[in-house]
Design a protein around this ligand. Structure first.
Ligand SMILES: [Fe+2]
Length: 345
């Protein structure tokens, strides 16, 4: 055992078996504290078994004890599922000196897409690394690594909406709303968008729109903000002007406004300090939102009912201005939302 990673912590998902088990063992061998995560499901996602995670945790503890370094406790088991219903790779946590978005993955259909993107980026004077099924490029202002890769399209399964009553409109009669008793924990369906700060938001916008090929859905020209999409969602990426590069928030789609409320309330019961801003409804993108803070200081948004753009001809880009366009209703905007405290120092 070496202690190259002493004092570092790693969460290894799916670490109960196969290559991720080997990764967990190796990290522990180098001195890291390891959370061995594995829900122990079958290949089709059914079932639940604590056995695989427990076994790897015990292996690490046994190896630590043999190494004579009294490091038992450097591994814990965790059985929660980190999968999202929509599938695909969503989020990977990495150790870094500052909180930041290090890498952004974007899926494309075919080699022609890769060729077009590479040509456009090269016209912008950005160096592109080509591989057979992917290209890698670094956004020059923020330093975020962009990996554009051929991938299967993710088809999000349709979910039935809950029956809601309204004035003169009865979708549910002689029955209580299931939402009134539902205590199911919120479960995000997918990572829908990320928002990052850039020292030169206009240059970053040029990179993503003119280079990578994102479309602009709406913009706040006065402050150089563009809501950009690479799917039918109103936005998948927003770059905002900031004195430093940082990850402002990740946004996770849930079923409806009730699920946003359930998810946020559950977290705030034990961690009221995690509250940032919500519940509200955005003026741009139209979605319900509630922002919470993760342990590193990044914001995390639960959202639902975002605008969807399937016809570029019908959708009209709107230029908004002023802070009031951020929310049509909601609590007063905290100043820390626009300028997180840890960036001021
Ligand atoms: Fe958002």
């Amino acid at each position: 055992m070496t202690d190259k990673l002493k004092g570092r912590s790693a969460v290894v998902t799916g670490a109960g078996r196969g290559i991720r088990r080997a990764v967990a063992l190796l990290l522990a061998e180098e001195g890291a504290n390891v959370v061995v995560n594995d829900p122990g499901v079958n290949v089709d996602g059914t079932g639940h078994d604590a056995g695989p995670a427990d076994q790897v945790r015990d292996e690490i503890r046994a190896a630590s004890a043999e190494g004579g370094t009294a490091t038992a406790g450097h591994a814990v088991a965790n059985y929660d599922s980190v999968a999202t219903a929509a599938g695909g790779e969503q989020l990977r946590l990495m150790t870094a000196p500052r909180r930041n978005l290090l890498e952004l993955g974007i899926g494309v259909d075919d080699p022609e897409d890769l060729g077009r993107i590479a040509a456009r980026l090269e016209r912008l004077g950005v160096a592109v690394e080509r591989e057979a099924r992917a290209l890698r490029v670094t956004e020059p202002v923020t330093g975020i690594k962009i990996v554009v890769e051929m991938a299967e399209r993710i088809v999000q399964p349709a979910e039935p909406a809950r029956a809601m009553n309204g004035p003169g409109r009865t979708e549910r009669s002689n029955d209580r709303s299931p939402a009134a008793t539902d205590a199911t924990p919120a479960r995000p369906r997918k990572l829908g968008h990320v928002v990052v700060g850039s020292r030169d938001a206009l240059a970053s916008r040029r990179f993503f729109v003119d280079g990578v090929g994102f479309s602009v859905s709406d913009e706040v020209p006065g402050v150089g903000v563009a809501f950009m999409r690479c799917s039918t969602d109103h936005h998948n990426l927003l770059v905002q002007p900031a004195p430093a590069t940082f990850l402002h928030h990740t946004a996770w789609e849930v079923g409806d406004v009730d699920e946003i409320g359930r998810g946020a309330s559950r977290l705030l019961r034990e961690h009221p300090e995690r509250h940032v801003w919500g519940l509200g409804r955005h003026g741009v993108g139209s979605n319900f939102f509630w922002y919470l803070r993760d342990p590193a200081g990044n914001f995390v948004e639960y959202y639902s009912d975002l605008d969807v753009i399937v016809d570029e001809e019908v959708w009209k880009v709107r230029a908004s201005s002023g802070v009031e366009t951020l929310a049509v209703w909601g609590p007063p905007l905290p100043t820390s939302f626009l300028m997180p405290e840890d960036l001021l120092g």
